[in-house]
Design a binder for this molecule. Structure first.
Ligand code: FES
Ligand SMILES: [Fe+2]
Length: 374
């Protein structure tokens, strides 16, 4: 490839992390994305043990993974959870352990109308954590008749995902999810889904978009164009206009990208092949994150002469995630990084992201950080 051609091609010399992936392909690569990590280090060793988990809306599963009447055990936010879809079609979620005598309701629990029936003594629970019936007792302990926001979760279903609002103090939702008209639209394809387990905190993953310099070295992007990140309330957005190398030469393309809260990133590619990527990022633990990518594309692009390009766009974005994962899985959190001007708005990002840490948790983290000098 000539030097000029290389400059126009977004993928240039193989970035160093590719060697770590050892040429994994297809099923092996998909397994690596969610598999265990060899020689992983503890959250403490990586200075992420004190970093709080953000509050907000987080993906629990795809809508089509939860049938009417289905009960699912989940583990997110360092909690055991039980998610069910009532016979009325509405998803609901509680902490998994039954307050009566502690059965895990995700294993043997059963849907009864809109409610969940505990497998142990058949108490029925509603989605707000109230006991609504005890089959062998005419009365219900008064405390169990009250809603419990520390055990229950506001649930929403949007863009093909089931979302839960998580706040460590049980505070009600402080902002809304962002809808995307493309999802489920007849002109757009069904989701193509990919997923990763990242051995790192949500903040580190989110920081990637503000880290301008890494695009060249981790992703092999020849010339990453300047872009402005806008921080507004609970939303962060950026728009990149770039000449993109395609088999048909350079094409003007736009990549718009945003994150709603801490858990709902999205990216829209337009110009060469209309693609929307809707994502869900959810903390399993403070140093372990579940990341879902769902792509939808205009059917006329995907099934037409642009089909190869449409698939290449998805492959390329997933490859970028693989490259980032190699670093994220072992990265240590540097609380006060020595940044160069060209590093991008990393500090601005961190100030923005801090709004998703409940006040007292952030204060606790700062105090501990001061004591240890981090
Ligand atoms: S433990 Fe759930 S009803 Fe007894
Ligand atoms: Fe990246």
């Amino acid at each position: 490839m000539s030097e000029a051609a290389q400059l126009q091609d977004a993928r240039t010399a193989p970035p160093l992390v590719w060697a770590q992936l050892k040429g994994l392909k297809a099923e092996d690569l998909a397994r690596w994305r969610v598999g265990p990590l060899e020689n992983g280090r503890s959250a403490e060793e990586r200075n992420i043990d004190g970093l709080p988990m953000p509050f907000g809306w987080f993906a629990m599963c795809y809508s089509d993974e939860l049938a009417v009447g289905e009960v699912k055990p989940l583990h997110y936010f360092e909690r055991d959870l039980v998610l069910w879809r009532g016979e009325d079609g509405v998803p609901r979620m509680l902490n998994a352990y039954c307050p009566h005598l502690g059965a895990h309701m995700g294993y043997g629990g059963k849907v009864d109308g809109p409610h969940l029936q505990c497998p142990f003594h058949s108490w029925r629970w509603d989605g707000e954590g109230r006991a609504v019936a005890i089959p062998y007792s005419p009365t219900i302990p008064p405390k169990m008749q009250l809603p419990d926001c520390r055990r229950s979760y506001p649930i929403a279903e949007l863009n093909g995902f089931v979302w839960a609002w998580h706040h460590p103090q049980g505070t009600a939702p402080l902002f809304d999810l962002q809808p995307f008209a493309e999802v489920g639209h007849p002109d757009w394809t069904e989701f193509e889904k990919h997923e990763w387990i990242i051995y790192g905190p949500m903040q580190t993953i989110a920081e990637n978009g503000a880290d301008s310099a890494h695009f060249q070295f981790i992703h092999g992007v020849a010339d990453y164009p300047n872009y402005d990140i806008q921080f507004a309330g609970h939303r962060r957005t950026a728009e990149v206009h770039a000449k993109m190398g395609t088999p048909r030469g350079l094409v003007d393309g736009t990549i718009a990208y945003g994150v709603n809260g801490a858990g709902q990133p999205w990216t829209r590619f337009s110009g060469i092949c209309e693609t929307l990527l809707v994502s869900g990022v959810t903390a399993i633990k403070r140093d372990l994150t579940h990341l879902r990518f769902a792509f939808t594309q205009l059917k006329s692009d995907r099934d037409g002469p642009n089909g190869g390009l449409a698939r290449a766009i998805i492959r390329d974005i997933c490859k970028q995630l693989d490259q980032d994962k190699v670093v994220w899985d072992r990265q240590r959190y540097i609380a006060k990084p020595p940044l160069c001007r060209a590093d991008g708005p990393i500090n601005q990002f961190r100030n923005f992201f801090r709004q998703f840490y409940a006040g007292d948790e952030w204060a606790k983290y700062r105090e501990a950080a001061k004591a240890t000098g981090h």
